[in-house]
Design a protein around this ligand. Structure first.
Ligand SMILES: Nc1ncnc2c1ncn2[C@@H]1O[C@H](COP(=O)(O)OP(=O)(O)OP(=O)(O)O)[C@@H](O)[C@H]1O
Ligand SMILES: Cc1ncc(C[n+]2csc(CCO)c2C)c(N)n1
Length: 257
């Protein structure tokens, strides 16, 4: 079975080069509290999108993260490449502001069956020919901690685009999918994340999951909703390994620095 490596290097000020081909990051900003480290994610990303009302968050909340600076200067500095969605949440002054700066706007108000995040994923996957997708990782800021229907829709996108690396991020934690097609090595950035973590079998039960590197490791253990799921687990060291017969969600806390 092929090995998949994971590392939250995007939480670090500079991404270490380890000899492997470097990751290309894309950033999607959602309509939910902007995580305090969004400027770091922005710096690492090569393409930046707002999902509809996510543009309001960028416009309103980015200046709050740079409170000693002029708000207009901050807004001009953080100009998204694309705003895409059904455009029922973005305010007209925000749309006008970014359109004038040259942001591309993709109005898909005709599609009322997919979420604005889903629309942004399709854009990154299908309409960014210049983006190197050989090692692409999509960071989604503001994906958790709000309405449960939206949170569930955001999780569903991990399954809709299960062959793409996607990381859902809030101020408190991150979540990504560990596909059953691979065994997984997760390198813990202990200055920025942990120790609390979880392995969640959403979608279907797992008959057998085996881990190393956790305080409560699983050893060919069954996990299912209605039975055992691994919450409030703790990472012990630098590396966690996971192998499972089911897709699992990996979640880990983000440290308040
Ligand atoms: N409260 C929330 N919690 C988590 N994610 C959210 C929340 N609100 C919005 N999002 C995410 O941000 C994206 C854009 O949000 P926006 O408010 O523009 O969506 P919407 O479809 O217009 O919402 P609504 O259901 O209120 O009409 C959504 O597709 C979703 O992924
Ligand atoms: C079964 C079903 N439930 C809800 C919606 C509504 N919906 C889902 S995504 C979306 C767009 C949000 O920007 C809307 C309105 C639907 N179409 N089908």
């Amino acid at each position: 079975m092929e090995l998949m490596r994971h590392s939250s290097s995007f939480l670090l000020p500079t991404i270490p080069t380890d000899g492997r081909s470097s990751t290309t990051y894309a950033l999607v900003i959602l309509n939910q509290n902007l995580p305090r480290f969004t400027p770091l994610l922005w710096k690492h990303a090569q393409v930046r999108l707002c999902a509809d009302g996510g543009a309001n968050r960028l416009y309103d909340e980015m200046p709050e993260l740079f409170c000693s600076e002029d708000a207009l200067d901050v807004r001009r500095r953080y100009k998204p490449d694309v705003i895409k969605g059904d455009m029922d949440s973005i305010r007209s002054e925000v749309l006008d502001f970014y359109t004038t700066l040259g942001t591309k706007v993709v109005d898909e108000s005709h599609d009322q069956d997919t979420t604005d995040l889903h629309k942004c994923m399709s854009y990154i996957c299908d309409f960014t020919p210049d983006l190197d997708k050989s090692n692409l990782c999509i960071l989604v800021a503001g994906a958790l901690g709000g309405r449960f229907d939206h949170e569930s829709g955001n999780l569903n996108v991990l399954y809709n685009f299960s062959t793409t690396r996607i990381i859902l991020i809030s101020d408190d934690c991150l979540i990504h999918l560990l596909p059953k097609t691979h065994s997984h090595e997760i390198y813990i950035q202990s200055s920025a994340e942990g120790p609390h973590c979880g392995l969640i079998p959403i979608g279907m039960p797992s008959k057998r999951t085996t881990t190393t590197g956790l305080k409560w490791d699983l050893n060919d253990t069954e996990m299912k909703f209605g039975g055992l799921i691994s919450t409030s687990n703790i990472v012990k060291g630098e590396k966690v390994t996971v192998q499972s017969d089911s897709d699992l969600l990996w979640t880990i806390s983000i440290k308040k620095l």
